[in-house]
Ligand binder design. Sequence first.
Ligand SMILES: NC(=O)c1ccc[n+]([C@@H]2O[C@H](COP(=O)([O-])OP(=O)(O)OC[C@H]3O[C@@H](n4cnc5c(N)ncnc54)[C@H](OP(=O)(O)O)[C@@H]3O)[C@@H](O)[C@H]2O)c1
Length: 248
Amino acid sequence: MSKLQGKVALVTGASKGIGAAIAKALAAEGAAVVVGYSSSQSGAQAVVDDIESAGGRAVIAGGDVASASDASKLVQAAIDQFGRLDIVVNNSGVYAFAPLAEITAAEFHRQFDTNVLGMLLVTQAAARHLGKGASVINISSTITSLTPAATAVYTGSKGAVDAITSVLAKELAPQKIRVNTVRPGYTETEGTHSGGIVGSDMEKGMVAMTPLGRAGRPDDIARAVVFLASDDARWITGDHVNVAGGLQ
Ligand SMILES: NC(=O)c1ccc[n+]([C@@H]2O[C@H](COP(=O)([O-])OP(=O)(O)OC[C@H]3O[C@@H](n4cnc5c(N)ncnc54)[C@H](OP(=O)(O)O)[C@@H]3O)[C@@H](O)[C@H]2O)c1
């Protein structure tokens, strides 16, 4: 039997990149999936179309995770469309890198609002509906242990994701809700293309440091998320799983 049959999942930022692969992988294991997006409705719809073509169930839901009312709407979409919520993947994220001298308050708030506040607001709204056996998976990054120069804002935001995950794992444990992070290494996505990382010295450096010797693929990350969402990971909470070809 499929590992996630009968479960309902919300994946934020699933219109492209790692989130799209996670939505498809959860659906392939039997979960009904809410495919969250912010600006790319057509991208989210294409993910739903792929899932439905493969025999799965999915709907799109739009909203800015950094808005409390939008975060509630994303969660409500799962309840309205599928009647329950069991799996939350806080994947929405933005990244840009700059040395200390070039950090601006606006860029700090852009990254922390989406990466940290968004994760908190979606989890807060979801926790009202999650029950025994539910799983929250926050997409962090191996950057929190690599701590490269000129990444203070992004690394700081993902460090906050790691710390908050450890706190919420304890806070939600009495309800038997598990909370973990997946920390991808460098992974080629629409975001790394549009951010100018693909083909850059930064990309070459990350691949050179990766023992398995290549960039990650979104589906590499999705498989670890499926595991953490499933009952196979029933004894794992408050943990941080590097999925990075050995990069750490
Ligand atoms: N790629 C990597 O090398 C790498 C490595 C480690 C960790 N990560 C993390 O993995 C996650 C996905 O990264 P990616 O490379 O797949 O990114 P991506 O291709 O740029 O996709 C980002 C997704 O986040 C959504 N999003 C952005 N801001 C949002 C907001 N305010 N509210 C709701 N959704 C929002 C986007 O939605 P729309 O397109 O609809 O606007 C999109 O679906 C991020 O958390 C990132 O930090 C990535």
